[in-house]
Design a protein around this ligand. Structure first.
Ligand code: C5P
Length: 205
């Protein structure tokens, strides 16, 4: 199971809070996993991308939708790769009409979204979990800290400015063995390398 794309948290009927994410990296990972022979479910936020052939796609909007879709399927998954850019917060009181412009400031109260990857990683007998981290600085320190905090065996980190909206990327993989650099390449090439790395880490069946 793979998540991809952004989540969108409505403020009113026409506005929302979201993250920058084209979905390209997650869709490339889904395609690479199918090529490697996996049965793939892609839980996807809104993107303009076509579903890779052979992938079952579940469309979601908010992080809470994504959480529900993922938790319903997590026990059946062998591997969970969380590529989605999940919004950390959602507006508490979305308005059922377009908010009119007023004279002063507008206050928006935000509540914390569930940590989807964290919850899946904490499941007893849950899938092998892989996280992604888009950082803007201190890639290594932030990524290592994130892997420890989420208690996941593998984390793929990239620099936001290198990847957003692009067809290429560079990844740094962090696992118990150390750091593995996957240099600048098309996202599908990196996705295949990532899947190969994951396959090597899985117990033989
Ligand atoms: O946003 P952040 O860099 O902390 O995300 C790290 C990892 O956690 C990513 O794999 C992302 O998909 C996942 N995540 C999640 N639920 C959240 C926030 C992030 O699953 N609420």
């Amino acid at each position: 199971m793979i998540t991809a794309g952004p989540t969108y948290e409505p403020i009113d009927t026409v506005r929302g809070v979201t993250n920058q994410s084209s979905g390209k990296m997650g869709y490339a990972v889904a395609q690479a996993a199918v090529e490697a022979g996996a049965e793939v479910t892609l839980v996807s936020g809104a993107t303009v991308l076509a579903t890779p052939a052979g992938v079952e796609r579940v469309d979601v909007t908010t992080a809470r939708d994504m959480h529900k879709a993922v938790m319903a399927r997590a026990k059946q998954a062998d591997v969970f790769i969380s590529v989605a850019a999940v919004a950390d917060y959602y507006p508490v009181d979305p308005q059922p009409h377009k908010i009119k412009r007023g004279d002063g400031n507008l206050k928006l109260e935000l509540a914390l979204n569930p940590d989807i990857l964290g919850e899946v990683a904490a499941l007893p007998k849950g899938p092998f979990c892989v996280g992604f981290a888009a950082e803007t600085e201190d890639l290594n320190a932030n990524a290592q800290a994130k892997r420890k905090k989420k208690r996941i065996p593998l984390l793929a980190a990239n620099l936001a400015q290198e990847t957003f909206g692009k067809d290429t990327n560079a990844l740094t993989l962090f696992d118990d063995e150390g750091v593995h650099e996957l240099p600048l390449a098309p996202k599908i090439v990196l996705a295949r390398q990532l899947i190969e790395h994951i396959a090597k880490m899985l117990p033989r069946r």
